[in-house]
Design a protein. Sequence first.
Length: 453
Amino acid sequence: MSRLFGTDGVRGLANGLLTAELALQLAQAAAVVLGHDRNMSGNRPRAVVARDPRASGEFLAAAVEAGLSSSGIDVYDAGVLPTPAAAYLVADLDADFGVMISASHNPAPDNGIKFFARGGQKLPDEVEDAIEEQLAKEPYRPVGGEVGRIQRFADAEDRYIVHLLGTLPHRLEGVKVVVDCAHGAASGCSPQVFKTAGADVIIIGAEPDGLNINDGVGSTHLSPLKAAVVAHGADLGIAHDGDADRCLAVDHEGNEVDGDQIMAILALALKEAGKLKDDVLVATVMSNLGLRIALREADITLRETGVGDRYVLEAMREGGFSLGGEQSGHVIFAEYATTGDGVLTGLQLAAQVALTGRPLKELATVMTKLPQVLINVKDVDRSRVNGDEAVAEAVAKAQLRLGDTGRVLLRPSGTEPVVRVMVEAADHETAQEVAEGLAQVVRTELALALVTD
């Protein structure tokens, strides 16, 4: 039987894989593993539940809350909020755990359930495995006064906004910003916090109807934001995804500023302020080589991890580092958050524009993005990619050709017979040529047809 939890909770088609029955059962299992087994206070365990505005989130939240309360957990229903807000509120309330119902940047028919442990921390694999094991056991069913109670977390959004405003190094008066909320969970709080911080705010993608989340807007569809920034003469634009745990940006000319560039800007700002622990930034192996070069010139060390924000978080916790993230826009500020926070990131980026008086386009020049080509080679034996001599020889030759001005990365998919070939070079033509050559070697050497039993 395959593992139920994926890289970010349990995710799938709502009423397909992710049914109300499964949501209730997951909640009952989590009530034991994250609630009763870990609660030492003698009081009834407490959990925060939040969701994004997908229509299916309504019945899934109801099922989760029913499962928790029927298992003796007091529930604080925070309503529609970003994922990082849910994580923050678990810590702020000193709750035993939290549940977020969202499928992030996925289309509206999908949904997901993810759990946060005490303190708003993401769960390690072994705790997720314990929840899956608990699914096969009899649920805990208290009676009478021992059943949990459900109450509305009335000031949840206000607490989160106050927290965000408290992180600002500089107010945003004089900054005009377009905020694209992806018709998602940030539609209420993100525009509000930017306005309260003093910015002149233009809002797009903030009319969720339960079905339009991520539909042609947000961090996966930047064209409307680019057009709005130019049309309104704004200083910058901020794009969230459906659950607002990521942030991409647009400068005043409509040029994209991705997660690598955002991290470069913020890492230098934190170092200048004396707040970048050990002068280290944590990022994944997929970050552009231009980020490494920019950091080296600024005497900042880049600590690389595997792909996924959970690995970035693990490395940050182990080293006590201040800042980390991904090219996709998940940026983690250890001082203020336990997970990627797109609203927090957008605020910090806008604050640098206000503080320095420099346009975002100029701030982004701290890093020069090298051309990057990614080819997915399908129907190959991904398990052999790191042990095949011919592939290793081809990679060595490619890296020798690129020298210090380029980089090669071969990465097997975690779930499919696919090897991802990524090449960066000083120019796009070289990157494309080298990537295609390596892809052909992988296709030939690792073809599934060549694998014998």
